[in-house]
Design a protein around this ligand. Structure first.
Ligand code: NAD
Length: 482
């Protein structure tokens, strides 16, 4: 048993041990315990939400002028930047991403708070054209207690994307981080408190989704849920929301197509496709996991891609040179292994990977080799189901019509990538492919000012962008008789 002390959780600004089950955060590279805490009990959850509702009504946060809330959020951004390195190291321990990636996620969290500080000050409350005998104005009001439910793959960035706009809008926020990665959400809550967010406005309630997440979603005082996670969980939350007539935003799974056209810059495309699937060990909703390559290029392209995938440096997340770290857990690795078996049983052949790396470094961590399968059809299960790991399925295509038909043949529609020098083809395919985000000659690039979200089973609603704040507000129209 680890000697680490139990960490307090945040129940409406009170830092104390939860009264629920004990859970451990494991470092995926070694399996060591890096955090111990006790989840909240259902009574703790109820207490946190009731106190959050009181804080929303009485702490003065909702009544602050936008520039006053903006100043607090600017301080959050500044404190994140001042503590960037310890936060990045903590995130490496919590979820096993290489340090180069966790640094980028911490920087993005700071940028998110800064962006929504500005968005809060520049929200447009519009005067609509007068009718002659009355004047009307559209304004936005905060909702009350809103919930942010996040997955384990990008902690701190996921939480920041929900907390920053929800706080900017004047709400109280109850955060439910993934059971495997609670540490960064707790740190972020401490930073918000130090920056001046009033007590009670933030709670962090880690624990099992089916217990704690469900209790939060069902609670009558929770007025909105912003969820990022798997599609089946998202649908479950949407059903509860329908009964409560509660708005939700759902950022869900993906099975994104990357398309390499005949005239693509080969080196650029190979590197982009490689990064699109294997960065973050493929544990990314936008991972480019289905690859379509023009048949004429297929042989040459796959040779280069396979050689580079096999040479990726898989290893210690603390090493600056590491390109791919371990997977989040032993259980998740088993799930990925069973998907690879499924692909093989459907007639797929391995180009590379399909096994755990060998050697002392990998003995205790949840490592898996970058894996590429081919010889499959887009209708096969392995091409339709989200694997959420470092597994790419490659297929040749013959013409644009066939390419689009296959790329769009998926229940998911989160992202897509196009590699070509032909800007007209990029425009045509970019418009015809069904996805919330399409990258052209790049992949996995983000701007906080650009809305992000999915179509179909990939989700409902959009995060980021100037309008991201509005999903945490209710709109109201005021009429003045003249
Ligand atoms: P998950 O759905 O299992 O869990 C996500 C969060 O929901 C966790 O905090 C979990 O505890 C909670 N949860 C689980 N059951 C719940 C319930 N019944 N009620 C309320 N909350 C519940 O997903 P995961 O395995 O943590 O994450 C992987 C999934 O997330 C993948 O499908 C991935 O594509 C998706 N994802 C999507 C985006 C996006 O922006 N679209 C980003 C990252 C991850």
């Amino acid at each position: 048993m680890s000697k680490l002390e139990l960490l307090p959780i945040n129940i409406a600004g009170e830092w104390r041990l939860g009264a629920g089950d004990e859970s451990h955060s494991l470092y995926p590279a070694t399996g060591e315990v890096v955090g111990r805490l006790r989840a909240p009990s259902l009574a703790d959850v109820d207490e946190a939400i009731r106190k959050a509702d009181q804080a929303f009504r009485h702490s003065g946060w909702a009544q602050k002028k936008p520039h006053e809330r903006a100043a607090v959020l600017q301080r959050v951004a500044q404190l994140i930047r001042e503590r960037a390195e310890p936060l990045a190291q903590l995130q490496r321990l919590d979820n096993g991403k290489p340090i180069s990636e966790t640094r980028a996620l911490v920087a993005s969290a700071a940028g998110t708070f800064q962006f929504f500080a500005a968005a809060c000050e520049t929200m447009e409350e519009t005067l609509t054209p007068p009718r002659g005998d009355c004047m009307t104005m559209s304004v936005y009001e905060p909702m009350g207690v809103v919930a942010a439910i996040t997955p384990w793959n990008s902690p701190i960035a996921s939480e920041a994307q929900k907390m920053a706009p929800a706080l900017a809008a004047g709400n109280a926020v109850v955060v439910k981080p993934a059971e495997a990665t609670p540490l960064l959400a707790l740190e972020l809550a401490r930073i918000c408190e130090q920056a001046g967010v009033p007590k009670g406005i933030i709670s962090v309630l880690p624990g099992r989704g089916s217990v704690i997440g469900d209790a939060i979603t069902q609670h009558p005082l929770v007025k909105r849920v912003s969820f990022t996670g798997g599609t089946s969980t998202g649908k479950h939350i949407a059903r509860i929301a329908a009964d409560k007539m509660m708005p939700v935003s759902l950022e869900l799974g993906g099975k994104s197509a990357t398309m390499v056209l005949e005239d693509a810059d080969l080196d650029h495309a190979v590197n982009g496709v490689l990064y699109g699937i294997f960065s973050s060990s493929g544990e990314s909703c936008i991972a480019g996991s289905r690859l379509f390559v023009a048949r004429k290029l297929y042989g040459d392209f796959m040779e280069r891609l396979t050689a580079k995938a096999a040479a990726l440096r898989v290893g210690d997340p603390a090493d600056e040179r590491t390109q791919m770290g371990p997977l989040i857990s032993a259980k998740h690795r088993e799930s990925i292994e069973s998907y690879v078996q499924l692909g093989l049983s459907e007639g797929g052949q391995l180009r590379t990977g399909g096994q755990r790396p060998e050697g002392a470094l990998y003995e205790h961590g949840y490592y898996y080799r970058p894996t590429i399968l081919e010889g499959l059809k887009n209708q096969d299960q392995i091409c339709q189901q989200e694997i959420f790991g470092p597994v790419l399925v490659a297929m040749p295509f013959d013409d644009e019509a066939a390419l689009l038909e296959q790329a769009n043949d998926s229940v998911y529609a989160l992202a897509a990538g196009i590699w070509t020098r032909d800007y007209k083809a990029a425009w045509r395919i970019g418009r015809a492919v069904q996805a919330g985000t399409v990258w052209i000659n790049t992949y996995k690039q983000f701007s906080i000012s650009t809305p992000f979200g999915g179509w179909r089973d990939s989700g409902l609603g959009r995060e980021k962008g100037r309008l991201g704040i509005q999903q945490y507000m209710e709109q109201k129209s005021l009429y003045w008789g003249l």
